[in-house]
Design a protein around this ligand. Structure first.
Ligand SMILES: *Cc1c(COP(=O)(O)O)cnc(C)c1O
Length: 476
């Protein structure tokens, strides 16, 4: 065994009273974790024990160390059965990928590939050129490109337009930072300064990109004139951010995308729209939900650039897609930052297959769209099978109703009728049922509503039903 103990310290008096790393490792047996990682934890725990006044017995130490290892093991990325009814759960990796995309990942990831190779000429090729054409086609734009995620897309766009001088501003400043005559202001409505998920705030992204915020209007009302009045020689661009994760109702109004676009074009100022989710299909048609603006609409309405996520409603891998004017896209590709934000072969190939699925209109191969389109009758039939399979077992299962949601910053009003398997137990409270199911080999996560633990079947893949039944049968 090649375990390093604390060198010199191992000769100290106190250490002799604390079990040796090797002793503990042997006593732990197989922990199903890589041995160097276990040794690391053991060393950390033992060094904490050394600081205690009274040193516990080996058995006590083992209990503590095992608990830490269980915690560590639980923090590995692993499959989860999502019974929350939230389709795009950021904690669960947003959109799951379909069979065709997985096939691509196996083929491309497991061999050399033509990522930057020109088969025709035998020389270097452009990375992602084919899929960029696919994005442009789907968005009805002149050109398109792809970076790591939508936040990166926004940063790239802002860095490009802010802090760089343009000819009409007079003297060129190579340093790029906010020097006089530099266009650095981004005009944005106060109603669109939103926060998305864990700490992604539009105003902070703007600041980090050296853009100066030029807020216009009020939280609930912004007029076209508010935008017009804010335009100055310092204006770098007008940004519109889709309110993707909340909605405002009542005394609310703002100009349409096409009105802002017309104003921006008259004043010769770039107009960028961040759509957030970026559905490539009509969500109303697929699911009966409200309509989510599509990138194609944004382009048609006059946005010079539109950016959106790959792993939200589009249902692909994490990526930030940017579509729009050829000249601007070409300029973004030339930005030094672009290189730092580029995607790898796995993402690009997964995206390529996802985009081809859309171009062929084979939407059944996009799991998120399948879940959106699932009928409650179909969900109910599955619930009946699950409930029947649990007859005579200690856990009491019944069919319930629930409301599935899109989540992940898409369609905040997106409640969809759904079917749940409701679980009860004579000995366990709903919280205890939840905790135990989270401990299952494939963690099963549901939610508690009005004192009942529920599993929403819209977000459980039909192929996972058997696993759910097995876990619930093992429940004592
Ligand atoms: C989700 C979202 C983002 C961030 O997208 P990521 O792909 O998670 O980086 C940016 N803007 C809006 C409006 C969003 O909804």
């Amino acid at each position: 065994m090649t375990v390093t103990t604390g060198g010199k310290r191992s000769s100290s008096f106190r250490l002799r009273r604390v079990p040796a790393v090797e002793t503990v490792l042997r006593a732990l047996g197989d922990t199903e974790l890589p041995r160097p990682l276990v040794a690391r934890i053991v060393r950390q725990e033992l060094s904490a024990l050394r600081k205690l006044k009274s040193i516990p017995s080996l058995d006590q130490a083992l209990v503590q160390i095992r608990a830490t290892l269980v915690h560590l093991r639980a923090s590995r990325i692993q499959p989860v059965i999502n019974g929350t009814g939230i389709l795009l759960h950021t904690n669960f990796g947003r959109a799951p990928l379909g069979a065709q995309v997985l096939e691509t990942l196996t083929q491309i990831g497991g061999s050399y590939n033509s990522l930057e190779y020109d088969r025709t000429g035998g020389g270097r090729g452009a990375r992602g050129a084919y899929l960029e054409a696919c994005v442009a086609q789907l968005c009805g734009s002149e050109d398109a490109t792809v970076v790591n995620n939508n936040a990166a897309a926004l940063v790239l766009i802002l860095r490009h337009f802010c802090g760089s001088t343009r000819p009409e501003n007079g003297a060129e400043h190579k340093s790029g930072r906010a020097s006089p005559g530099v266009r650095s202001e981004v005009i944005i409505s106060r109603g669109e300064l939103l926060q998305i998920g864990g700490g992604f705030r539009i105003p902070e992204i703007l600041e980090a990109s050296c853009a100066q915020l030029r807020e216009v209007g009020t939280t609930n009302k912004t007029s076209l004139n508010d935008y017009a009045r804010a335009i100055s020689p310092r204006t770098a661009l007008i940004l519109k951010v889709h309110r993707s994760n909340f909605f405002m109702d009542g005394f609310v109004s703002g100009p349409l995308t096409e009105q802002v676009a017309t104003l921006a074009h008259e004043k010769r100022i770039p107009f960028v729209e961040d759509l957030g989710s970026g559905a490539l299909v009509d969500t109303q048609q697929v699911s009966g939900l409200e309509h989510e603006p599509t990138p194609a609409e944004s382009v048609r309405h006059g946005a010079d650039l539109v950016c959106f996520s790959g792993d939200k409603l589009m249902g692909g891998p994490q990526a930030g897609l940017i579509a729009g004017k050829a000249k601007l896209i070409a300029a973004l590709r030339r930005e030094p930052l672009f290189r730092a934000l580029r995607c790898d072969k796995l993402i690009l190939s997964a995206l390529q297959t996802t985009l081809e699925i859309y171009l062929r209109e084979a939407h059944a191969d996009i799991p998120i769209l399948e879940m959106l389109a699932a009928s409650t009758a179909g969900l109910r039939a599955r619930a009946e099978m699950i409930v029947a399979a649990l007859a005579g077992h200690p856990i009491a299962a019944s069919i319930g109703v629930g409301q599935a949601r899109l989540g992940g910053g898409s369609l905040p009003r997106s409640a969809m009728p759904s079917i749940t398997v409701d679980l009860g137990h004579s000995e366990f409270k709903p919280q205890e049922i939840a905790a135990r199911l989270r401990q299952h080999a494939v963690p099963i996560v549901g939610y508690i509503a009005r004192g009942t633990f529920k599993l929403d079947l819209r977000t459980v893949f039909p192929r996972q039903d058997a696993e759910v039944v097995a876990a619930l049968r093992a429940f004592r």
